[in-house]
Write a protein that binds this ligand. Structure first.
Ligand SMILES: *[C@@H]1O[C@H](CO)[C@@H](O)[C@H](O)[C@H]1NC(C)=O
Ligand SMILES: *[C@@H]1O[C@H](CO)[C@@H](O)[C@H](O)[C@H]1NC(C)=O
Length: 371
């Protein structure tokens, strides 16, 4: 007010100053705008090239089975350039027979020192119990395994080992945006961990992005790891990564230990908040977590009591599944439900195939080291 009374000269100066502020503001907003709509030319070109691109895929595999064999073969058929299978080394000879695209990765070498027993010890010490150590180990492997591969494709997939890709699957939409599958089931209990590690607010606590697969654009995954406070993710030494794993486990609340951290959620939340232009949220049913209750597979199970049908039946089943409109991939859970099918029984300790195939794969196991 005072300046208006102060006369024309001052008013003029204010108008000039005001204009400068407005122009600077506009430039700033414009800059922001440009940053936000800038899309990856690489992903746009991949999308323009059509169909599902040939990319590297990372699969963490707990034990070989008829289903992860089918999953790996479907990946090889529809998308994979190479399939990196992170698994105990003793299973390498078996998984390498699944497809020539398989590259077996000894799970204890991804981060030397980070093993299931080492993680169990950390969890025990933090009062989290050991029961979920294998599950958390898998989450860390899915976040970290690609770092050890020098020429990994800039777009790669992280894929759950019991999800069977169907011909309709696409990781990008027509504009080259990463397709993220959104689910309406309550989310996993990863919120506290996420807030604690990233210091960010939650994007959305009503939806679940645990879609059992994700298309990963390498620069974005690097950002995610940095947001989770892993400095220099590509070059971090094993002790640094181990300390980082421990830090993550400290952020997991004991009452949420069942699913207290999520590689899928943190990646999807990051993209939605920081790269909305590069993200396409996909709603509705495009995948089934468990699609094993088909009449064909049920009949086969009733006939011989094994949840792994013979290969010919599995093949016929997959042809039926591929015809489901809109379905892009389908899970087949051997270890859950269905009375468990003896999944954890002694004869299946190392693998789970139809009884007619067990001997053939057992012959590929190295003898147990003498103790
Ligand atoms: C798109 O296709 C062309 C022709 O096959 C190929 O040279 C190019 O590398 C592809 N682009 C990407 C990003 O893969
Ligand atoms: C994360 O948790 C630690 C240990 O419980 C706590 O000291 C820290 O303040 C938390 N940080 C945030 C950002 O919540």
């Amino acid at each position: 007010m005072r300046s208006v009374k102060g006369g024309g000269g001052l008013l003029g100066a204010q108008v000039v100053a005001g204009s400068v502020v407005v122009v600077v503001l506009l430039m700033w907003v414009n800059g922001l705008f440009h940053q936000r709509v800038e899309m990856s030319p690489y992903l746009a070109e991949l999308a323009r090239n059509g169909s599902q691109p040939r990319v590297d895929v990372f699969v963490v595999l707990y034990k070989p089975s008829c289903i992860n064999r089918a999953a790996i073969q479907a990946l090889a058929q529809h998308t994979a350039r190479r399939i990196f299978v992170v698994t105990p080394e003793r299973y390498c000879r078996i998984v390498e027979t699944f497809d020539p695209a398989v590259r077996c990765m000894d799970e204890t070498k991804v981060v030397p020192g980070l093993t299931v027993p080492a993680l169990a010890a950390i969890m025990e010490e933090l009062g989290l119990g050991q029961a979920r150590a294998g599950w958390y180990f898998q989450q860390f492997m899915k976040l970290l395994a690609w770092r050890n591969v020098p020429d990994v494709t800039p777009l790669f997939l992280v894929w759950d080992s019991d999800m069977i890709m169907l011909p309709q699957y696409r990781s990008l939409d027509l504009k080259g945006r990463l397709r993220l599958m959104r689910d309406d089931t309550p989310p996993v209990m990863a919120h506290d961990w996420y807030r604690n590690m990233t210091g960010w607010p939650l994007y959305d606590s009503h939806h679940d992005f645990v879609a059992h697969q994700m298309p990963v654009y390498k620069p974005f995954m690097l950002e995610v790891l940095k947001a989770l406070q892993l400095e220099d993710p590509l070059h971090a030494s094993p002790p640094t990564v181990l300390a980082w794993v421990r830090r993550n486990m400290q952020a997991v609340q004991q009452r949420f230990v069942a699913t207290g951290l999520s590689e899928y959620m943190v990646y999807c939340w990051h993209l939605i908040m920081h790269h909305p232009e590069q993200t396409a949220l996909v709603e509705g049913v495009h995948f089934e977590r468990d699609y094993s209750l088909h009449p064909l597979t049920q009949a086969a199970r009733l006939l011989d009591g094994n949840c792994c049908p013979r290969e010919a039946i599995l093949h016929a089943y997959l042809q039926q599944v591929a015809k489901q409109p809109g379905l892009e991939y389908a899970g087949y859970e051997l270890g859950h439900g269905l009375g468990q099918c003896n999944f954890k029984a002694a004869p299946f300790a190392d693998m789970y195939f139809h009884p007619s195939e067990m001997a053939q794969y057992q012959a590929l196991l190295p003898p147990l080291a003498a103790t």
